[in-house]
Design a binder for this molecule. Structure first.
Ligand code: FAD
Ligand code: FES
Length: 308
């Protein structure tokens, strides 16, 4: 695939969040207002739950929330009913999910969430049916920032980590510069999620059942060897993020990593989500989840829950 056009100087600060403040983000300090979320949980209405290969896509109408979340931000979700308390039911705390797509409309904003069923919370959420309540808190956290001047965006996603790259792809494309996108999955069934992207992502699978056989970081390393003057946006399991961080560091390529850690509150109160940066611990829910790779010695955060 041909390299996308370089981001022109005049447009470089107009899309995908606001520009970093002077002095940041090379330190760990947050570079944006922390959250625009109303400080309370509200009920959205499930419109559909659709199977996409090995994943589930939940669409819900949020009638009262902010209508324009920024790519990389997330919501704390819980089912309106049967969310813990019953026999064998564990979740009481909401679970964190990146929004995958947002469509503002007359009656509110339609939000898409792409889920992998890995435990009791995601299992319950994928059981939801149209018309049922989905409790939401968000959008939360600091999302992706615009690429640097004269740098094209290169998106790299692994597994369920492709979710926040969907809205990022769409935002960058609407600014006139469709990004190059590389996606890696375990198998062809997981790789069905690639069909949600508007462009034509470069595809890899661990087992070779779709696309190129191998890890998504292999085409990434090749692309940077050919042209390192890009800005990388990555989300995926901790090992993939760490490989991405390391490959980008070798080439002095800036990278923004959407990371995961166990989150109990989502808005800075519990300190359950802290990750270590070069300048100390940060709370991923309010200082992230997108962190500048240059602030990290390692992206192998202790709380990252997805392994592939
Ligand atoms: C900002 C953010 C965005 C996210 N976006 C998405 C998304 O778009 N789609 C999606 O499917 N998931 C997403 N997640 C992950 C999701 O929130 C977790 O997988 C959640 O724990 C699932 O809840 P559960 O009850 O189904 O499973 P749980 O029982 O909570 O956990 C499932 C598995 O993950 C492991 N696990 C859970 N927490 C930790 C931890 N702190 N450390 C190590 N292992 C852990 C458990 O051992 C278990 O094997 C996101 C997480 C964050 C922080
Ligand atoms: S999840 Fe509670 S402080 Fe981050």
């Amino acid at each position: 695939m041909a390299s996308p056009a370089r981001r022109p100087r005049s447009a470089a600060r107009s899309a995908v969040g606001r520009a970093p403040q002077p002095g940041s983000p090379s330190g760990a300090a947050p570079v944006e207002p922390r959250t625009l979320a109303p400080p309370e949980r509200r009920a959205a209405r499930v419109l559909a739950v659709e199977r996409v290969g090995s994943y589930d896509l939940i669409t819900a109408l949020d009638p009262a929330g902010p209508r324009e979340p920024r790519p990389g931000q997330f919501y704390m979700l819980s089912a309106g009913e049967r969310w813990g308390g019953g026999v064998g039911e564990r979740p009481y705390l909401p679970r964190a999910f990146s929004y995958a797509r947002a469509r503002p409309g007359r009656d509110g904003v339609e939000l898409d969430f792409l889920l992998e069923d890995v435990g009791p919370g995601t299992h319950r959420l994928r059981e939801l049916r149209a018309g049922e309540p989905l409790l939401v808190l968000g959008p939360l956290g600091v999302g992706f920032r615009a690429p640097g001047v004269e740098r094209a965006a290169l998106l790299v996603g692994g597994g369920i980590g492709v979710a926040p790259l969907l809205c990022l792809e769409s935002e960058l494309a609407s600014g006139g510069t469709p990004p190059r996108t590389m996606l890696g999955f375990r198998s062809a069934a997981h790789a069905q999620a690639a069909t949600l992207f508007a462009g034509e992502p470069d595809l890899t699978t661990d087992d070779g059942s779709a696309g190129r056989h191998g890890l998504v970081t292999e085409p990434l390393a090749e692309a940077l060897a050919a042209d390192a003057a890009v800005e990388v946006y990555a989300c995926g399991p901790p090992a993939m993020l760490e490989a991405t961080r390391s490959i980008c560091a070798e080439r002095s390529t800036p990278a923004q990593l959407a990371m995961e850690s166990g989150m109990a509150c989502g808005f800075g109160a519990c300190f359950g989500c802290v990750v270590q940066t070069r300048s100390g611990y940060v709370r991923l829910c309010v200082d992230g989840p997108v962190l500048d790779a240059a602030t990290l010695d390692s992206a192998l955060s202790a709380g990252g829950s997805h392994q592939g």
